[in-house]
Design a protein around this ligand. Structure first.
Ligand code: UDP
Ligand code: MG
Length: 313
């Protein structure tokens, strides 16, 4: 199969028929063999019955329905698992991403030999203050932490080689950082293509202001997990040991000053409490590192969803 189009959606009943028709028009023009995988992330509107109806008309459409809303990352992860095309394209369901970009993205993967091509919404049709400006900041931070030179990490429209999506696991809210996850997995050829962005036609945005808080926390997670996820002891152990040793040295100094130089009132000196604090913090950090090591050895299944229903699969 040439192409899998993976579309996570949450309450997008109005957009779906139009979106499906548009995608069909594009892939038929180019005569791709394809599948459209629609992942209903626990919608509370009629999205799933719309998907069922679309599936009856077109056997290339496949649907996965979550029992409840697990988030875009979870939906993408399930879509990736189900996808069987040589090239996998992800896009949003709200028609802010244009299906007309599909052929060019696919060509970049196949002919340009990219592992990932990420869309860049150079001209955005979103609110300047609630989205565009914060997103500029966010992308700058993501760029400097991940060392991947993308202008627009969070663009829903992206294309992947099959083996990329089969080797990564998107969980939590990591859908913003799929290129970073891919880079960790060892895929280094990451490209970018300016894509057309359109105003949202139906419905409302599913991510409020919390996106920025969560986005930045996830960025820290990404950074930390990337660097020390597999070896927490190297971070916590190091700082824990240093802090403990520092505290001990101060204690030795205090002891000497009492017994050798006869300075009294040991417990009245700020340094005394500082030494205790430093040793306690050191022990805590060391312990955190040790527990981290134990946990990372017993890593559990993070992606365990309850899938209510599947069609066409
Ligand atoms: N989405 C999802 N699960 C969620 C939230 C969003 O599958 O919990 C989907 C949503 O239906 C859309 C895409 O993720 O297809 C992007 O969401 P949205 O358009 O609201 O984000 P924005 O364009 O405002 O960044
Ligand atoms: Mg949108």
């Amino acid at each position: 199969m040439d192409l899998s189009i993976v579309i996570p959606l949450f309450n997008e009943e109005e957009s779906l028929p139009e979106l499906a028709a548009w995608i069909e028009r594009v892939v038929n023009t180019h005569q791709y063999s394809y599948e459209i995988i629609l992942i209903d992330d626990g919608s509370t509107d009629d999205s799933w019955s719309v998907i069922e109806r679309l599936q009856q008309k077109n056997q290339h459409i496949k649907g996965i329905k979550f029992q409840r809303n697990y988030g875009k990352s979870a939906a993408m992860n399930e879509g990736f698992k189900a996808a069987s095309g040589e090239v996998i394209i992800t896009m949003d369901a709200d028609m802010q991403d244009s299906p007309d970009e599909i052929p060019a993205l696919r060509n970049m993967i196949l002919e340009g030999n990219y592992d990932i091509v990420s869309g860049w919404k150079k001209k955005r049709y979103d609110n300047t203050f609630s989205k565009n400006l914060p997103s500029k900041l966010f992308n700058k931070a993501a760029r400097s932490m991940s060392k991947i030179h993308l202008h627009d990490f969070n663009c829903g429209l992206k294309a992947y080689k099959k083996k990329v999506v089969k080797s990564i696991e998107v969980y939590g809210e990591m859908h913003r950082y799929v290129p970073v996850l891919a880079k960790w997995a060892g895929f280094r050829k990451i490209g970018e293509k300016v894509v057309e962005h359109r105003p949202r036609k139906y419905g409302v945005t599913k991510f409020g202001w919390t996106r920025f808080v969560n986005g930045f926390l996830d960025l820290l997670t990404i950074f930390f997990v990337g660097k020390f996820g597999k070896r927490p002891m190297h971070f916590f152990g190091l700082w824990g040991t240093l802090s403990f040793m520092f505290g001990s040295l101060v204690f030795i100094y205090l002891t000497i000053s009492k017994f050798v130089f006869d300075v009294t009132g040991l417990t009245q000196r700020p340094l005394f409490f500082f030494a205790i604090l430093s040793m306690i913090i050191g022990t805590q950090l060391f312990l955190a590192g040790f527990l981290g090591e134990l946990i990372s050895r017993n890593s559990i299944e993070r992606n365990n969803y309850l899938i209510e229903d599947k069609i066409g699969l």
